[in-house]
Design a protein. Sequence first.
Length: 542
Amino acid sequence: MDIERSLRAIQSLSDLPHLVATLGHQPLWEPVPEQAWNTRGTRAFKVSAVGQTGDLPWLALESSCPERDASMLARRLFGRGRVAMVVALDCETRRLAVAVGFARCPSVQLDLTNPGCERLATIVGLAGGSPGGPLAFAARAAETLSAEPIGRRFFREFQATLDRMAASLRGAVPQDHRQPLVLLHLTRVLFLYFVQAKGWLAGRERFLAEEVDRCLIRRRRIHRDLLRPLFFGTLNQPMSQRGRSACKFGSIPFLNGGLFEPHALERRYPSDLSNELWRDAFDHLFERFHFTVSEKGTRGSVAPDMLGRVFEGVMEPEARRVSGTFYTPALLVERLLDAALLPLLSRSLRCSESDAHSRLNDRDPSVAGLLETVTLLDPAVGSGAFLLGALERLSALGPAELDSTARKRRVLQQNLFGVDRNPASVRLTELRLWLAVIADDPAERAENVHPLPNLDCLIRQGDSLFDPLGLALAGDHPRPSRELAAELAGLRYEVVNASGPHKRALGRRLDAAERRALGHALQAAEQKQIDAIAQCLQQART
């Protein structure tokens, strides 16, 4: 899209006239006298005119707080009886804000490196003039900028549904397990709406809504008679092994991936949600929005890149503050990846970091060969932004003979690991990585869809800072033997691609190997403490 390319190309104010022209308005470039808008005692801005729509000017300024200053200047102009489009740019953080000068002064701010589908759609809404003239365009721009983003509306409904279901959950389920259990159910259905957007659910555009209606008409229970057979008897079973009731759903892909396996919480608390709760969830949440698997999405659609912001809101701000939970902004992901990869490439290739950066961007075969075996660990995955960025970066360097989906599967099988204390974060990260895999899958028929990789042995719930013996701080953490490390790596690779009873057997073997590795670490730590005590006693004797 030309508008997206224009946004990404912006480095300074002098690039803004090109954006104005791309939006279909007349570009300009001339400074604006301060007396035209400034008043005594107010903050001064250096303003330039970068375009116009009829008599409506487009004004631009540099600012470290783009949205605040764009709105401030637009309000100040409106107070003096002038309406203008105001654009503010922070060149350092590459943030751009657009405001229009009316009483409420609506505005939008976006990241130029990764605009996101919602914000990009808002900017696209500013393209073209208006048959009613400049003021009519300004009114349309105000309506476009003030429209509530679809991601915010989706989160509000998702949060309300989650809270309502958690409060109404039947059975003696402890309070701290209610939200994770309900979140497990909702994320499965959410994922299926993205799968449905691919046309993989019996080729029906409204498969889920139609099956819910059919279940209610027959006075069946949605959770027991629809969702459980769909999850555990269909999506989690190869087509050749499905029972008669599963085959009635039609052509449904075998997705595997761990998402459609009975969870430990479900086995511990076998409680179904009522028809009323599920009916409201489908009517007020899932059926109210349109879903697309494209990360860029389309205007008015829920896309995978919104899920990070949606699920970040599931954790209350106070709980996030107390636990020290902060999510990595998308702006920093690419910089963090470069900070991690470039020194490694520079040392391995014996070149400067700038040369390594050029080779990385040029997809040099020598770089691709090195990164094929690199492993990246995110010790606090949060919303999965870092691992998702790493997946895109590493898969782009994969073998040219493989398509995008195959390259992403390959990276997930051997390169990426993650840990987080919050089970919702683990679930979100898995969900976003799976969506990244299916987004580019060229399969048109369900039977041609390859099973998703199992991520439960790669993305784990736990505390990366838990170190009761203080060995990590001393820089001397015991490591398993080379043979045991190779066994662990081989078992993980097999588990990622396994399914059914074979996966469960491999999982038990992996669990045993991990226990042996822990035992080895504890024995080494114990011996280290014994040696330290002996050294202290020896010093005392002398």
